[in-house]
Design a protein around this ligand. Structure first.
Ligand SMILES: Nc1ncnc2c1ncn2[C@@H]1O[C@H](COP(=O)(O)OP(=O)(O)OP(=O)(O)O)[C@@H](O)[C@H]1O
Ligand SMILES: [Mg+2]
Length: 264
């Protein structure tokens, strides 16, 4: 690894104090039957940071962030989110924590059989138990305004473009006012101009709400625009941790192959 994150964790000292990290992951391992995916990943997300996670397809990026929200249970390692030891939480505490962590999936994952309004009301009802019509309307309208799609409220997902669906996906995550946002390939499949708009939206959300974000992407233009820091995973391990400038100046052959492809 080019510049390592600190390996200070032990099982007793793991739950941090005085650290400004909102997520701390140490030595994370995960295999699916014969396939070993994560082989000791470390990650720190600092408060109000935009951390980009890069790496080739299949290297375990999505698995990593699914572990953070408890959708996948790792085999070994430690995960601390907002001071909570994720792997040792009971279901109730995990649910409370999940409300603070917004997860925007790799595919925008809107329900096609629901209008945009219904798609946005869904997390409010399920996660916050809000059923009051006025309150629902107010929150849905506000979230749509934030992503510039107030007019889409009564449309169906099938009527929207890919970029608009991504925006709705962001709105659906934002509507719960999370402290941390996890974006899995927010610009995949979008043209460069629409991608740039989504990047700007991510930056706006970060500034306006003071959220801390992990953004998984293959899009280095996106990474350049939004990353305060980047990590590069390779074969389930950390291979690089640093700024975009440090990445673009690297002589590491593996990273060069990746960067040359983008002419960086
Ligand atoms: N639930 C699962 N069951 C079995 N194998 C899985 C599961 N989830 C992921 N994998 C495997 O783990 C590996 C890593 O998958 P992951 O989705 O994390 O890759 P990725 O780095 O996000 O790739 P991409 O850039 O293409 O999205 C793949 O080999 C995948 O098939
Ligand atoms: Mg993925």
């Amino acid at each position: 690894m080019e510049r390592s994150t600190q390996h200070t964790a032990t099982s007793t000292s793991f739950l941090s104090s005085g650290s400004d990290a909102v997520i701390r992951i140490r030595n994370l391992h995960k295999s699916f039957e014969e396939t070993t995916v994560l082989r000791g990943v470390d990650l720190d997300l600092k408060k109000e940071e935009n951390l980009v996670v890069l790496g080739r397809s299949g290297t375990g990026k999505s698995v990593l962030i699914k572990c953070i929200v408890g959708l996948i249970t790792p085999d070994k390692g430690q995960i601390e989110v907002l001071g909570e030891d994720v792997l040792n939480l009971d279901a109730k505490a995990m649910n409370t924590l999940r409300r603070k962590v917004g997860f925007s999936f790799q595919l925008s994952a809107l329900y096609d059989s629901m209008t945009i309004r219904e798609n946005l009301e869904f997390p409010l009802k399920r996660n916050l138990g809000i059923y009051d019509r006025k309150e629902l309307n107010h929150r849905v309208e506000q979230a749509l305004e934030e992503v510039g799609l107030a007019q889409a409220i009564d449309q169906w997902p099938a009527d929207l473009s890919g970029g608009q669906k991504k925006r709705i996906g962001v709105a659906r995550t934002l509507i719960l006012n999370p402290e941390i946002m996890l974006y899995d390939e927010p610009t995949a499949g979008l043209d460069p101009i629409t991608s740039e708009e989504i990047n700007e939206l991510i930056l706006e959300v970060q500034k306006r709400h003071g959220t801390s974000s992990i953004i998984i992407t293959h899009d280095l233009t996106c990474a350049r625009t939004i990353a305060n820091r980047l990590i590069f995973l390779h074969k389930g391990q950390n291979h690089f941790d640093g700024s975009f400038e440090e990445l673009s100046n690297t002589k590491d052959p593996l990273l060069r192959t990746f960067l040359d492809y983008y002419n960086i």
